[in-house]
Design a protein around this ligand. Structure first.
Ligand SMILES: Cc1cc2nc3c(=O)[nH]c(=O)nc-3n(C[C@H](O)[C@H](O)[C@H](O)COP(=O)(O)OP(=O)(O)OC[C@H]3O[C@@H](n4cnc5c(N)ncnc54)[C@H](O)[C@@H]3O)c2cc1C
Length: 492
């Protein structure tokens, strides 16, 4: 039984339905037509493509149905200081050089500020071009990946059609009571406000910020991280798009937070995430509206949230996936990725042989690690720049998690980057943000000096030329989308 029909609910329903019998025939999803979905969540990470493949989604179909565009990474504007820009691309910055990560030579040669030039996705994105990566692992065109931007409500509707087609039962009604077994504490039944009641054996809570089952009925406490990530509100509004569609998200630092710009085929999604302790709602809305590329296409929506997660993700016979389990501001588009990870773990640990707390503990261990890794990566963005507004000064002055303090100190002392969660952001992502914000390590790997500096400079210059040459062969992003969308579609 899945509770909630937002992105999390329908992704979970479709993925579990695709596991096939014996699970598929027993999946029901209940959602309230009166309680809306959060309706934002338009930028993703490349892992969404694994999910779509698992769900049997044809890319052409998906691109048409959700008005999607391709995403090669994120441009960060004004984060280091006003006027400065850098790119976090979905790809590396070149292969190892003489057995060492290329970043050591970049540090040695003082090229940290030129990092984007060694990233194919960053260069293609800035040129407004897109083509999918090559399958030939030896090719330069295999050094990057891509994700999507899509219309969140179209994506949920699309998943709903596919899930119902795959056998998921759709129940519409508002849950007003959750009944638990008095002895075991397990959830047994949900009562709807029209007197219907539905029984189940396993419940997936996808009820959004309400966290109806895990946080509500089971009372699992919230691990609050708002002292590290104080942004707690957002305005979101779509506006008219332009003819060219940029194949990347833009994130622009502001007085007390940051704005997003997500170009889709039919419009641009915009939002302003801010800390209400440092900026009032009207000023935040004004900053968003002033920065739009075109006229707003709807009334701005106001959202409130809190950084952190539930202390348990799986308790008894209830697993929370999506906003019901926790939230970290969408700076690196990680929420849908966390939904994917939750779904994939649930499939892996599915209690086919009955409930066993070891499954829940293993699930929790992975998800807590995933949240902590993303938390550190997101906080990093606020730590190193030179913006002077009170919000930014406060962000730099406050204590940070020990794991992040160690990461920054390690990089500054040695140019090394420690990867604690290999399933999340890798070395190129950390390097993009660290160099992008202006971190300057005091040392690099001693073996980097074994190669003459001029030979390395020639090697790197050749890399830059190859990237520029390859980017010139890629089609403009809009042209690529139009050609793809025009291809015949195979429906799953
Ligand atoms: C400002 C902001 C920007 C974001 N941007 C991104 C982004 O760029 N990328 C990204 O990956 N993620 C982003 N996210 C997160 C993303 O929107 C969510 O992870 C995603 O939409 C999943 O939401 P959900 O399905 O968990 O909850 P919701 O969409 O809130 O759905 C909750 C569902 O539960 C149902 N429900 C609730 N209570 C009841 C009840 N009593 N009875 C019956 N049904 C009930 C509702 O009807 C609804 O169907 C963003 C979030 C915010 C707040």
């Amino acid at each position: 039984m899945i509770v909630g029909g937002g992105t999390a609910g329908w992704m979970t329903a479709l993925a579990l339905a695709r596991m096939g019998p014996p699970h598929a025939p027993h999946i029901s999803l209940v959602e309230s037509p009166d309680i809306g979905t959060v309706g934002v969540g338009e930028a993703t990470l490349p892992t969404i493509r694994h999910f779509n493949r698992w769900a049997g989604i044809d890319e052409r179909d998906f691109i048409r149905e959700t008005q999607a565009s391709f995403k090669l990474g994120i441009e960060f504007r004004d984060w280091r200081e006003p006027g400065h820009s850098f790119f976090h691309g979905f790809g590396d910055h070149g292969p190892e050089i003489a057995g060492l990560s290329p970043y050591h030579q970049m540090i040695r040669l003082g090229l940290g500020d030129a990092l984007d030039q060694f990233s194919l996705p960053a260069q293609a994105a800035r040129a407004g071009r897109f083509a999918p990566p090559s399958d030939d692992a030896k090719s330069l065109a295999a050094t990057y990946s891509y994700a999507y931007h899509f219309d969140a409500s179209l994506y949920a509707a699309y998943l709903r059609r596919l899930a119902i087609g795959a056998g998921v039962a759709h129940v519409q009604g508002r849950i007003d009571h959750v009944a638990r077994n008095p002895e075991t504490g397990l959830i047994e039944r949900l009562s709807l406000d029209d007197d219907r009641s539905i029984a189940g054996d396993l419940f997936v809570d996808c009820s959004g910020f309400r966290s109806l089952l895990l946080g509500g009925a089971l009372d699992v406490p919230f691990e609050d991280w708002s002292h590290w990530l104080p942004a707690d509100r957002a305005w979101a509004v779509p506006c008219a798009g332009t003819d060219a569609i940029e194949p990347y998200t833009r994130s622009m630092a502001c007085t007390a937070g940051w704005r997003w710009r997500i170009p889709l085929q039919h419009r641009i999604g915009n939002g302003h995430v801010y800390a209400s302790a440092f900026q009032d709602d009207q000023a935040a809305l004004d900053a968003l509206i002033d920065g739009l590329d075109g006229p707003p296409l709807a009334e701005p929506r106001h959202l409130r949230f809190r950084a952190g997660h539930r202390r348990r993700f799986w308790a008894g016979n209830c697993i929370a996936i999506g906003l019901s389990s926790g939230f970290l501001e969408p700076l690196e588009s990680t929420s849908i990725n966390l939904i994917e990870r939750g779904i994939s773990l649930l499939a892996q640990l599915f209690p086919t042989a009955g409930l066993d707390d070891v499954l829940a503990r293993e699930y929790d261990r992975h998800m807590i690690n995933a949240f902590a890794g993303i938390r550190d990566f997101v906080i990093l963005h606020y730590r190193l720049g030179r913006r002077t507004e009170p919000f930014w000064q406060a962000m730099r002055a406050q204590p940070m998690p020990d794991s992040l303090a160690d990461q920054i100190a390690l990089f500054e002392a040695s140019g090394e980057i420690a990867i604690r969660d290999p399933e999340s952001f890798g070395e190129p992502s950390w390097a993009a943000i660290l160099f992008g914000l202006g971190a300057t390590p005091r040392a690099y790997h001693p073996l980097a000096d074994r190669e003459p500096a001029d030979a390395i400079e020639r090697h790197l210059a050749r890399g830059r030329t190859l990237i520029a040459g390859h980017v010139a062969t890629m089609p403009p992003h809009r042209q690529f989308i139009d050609a793809l969308a025009a291809q015949p579609i195979s429906r799953s």
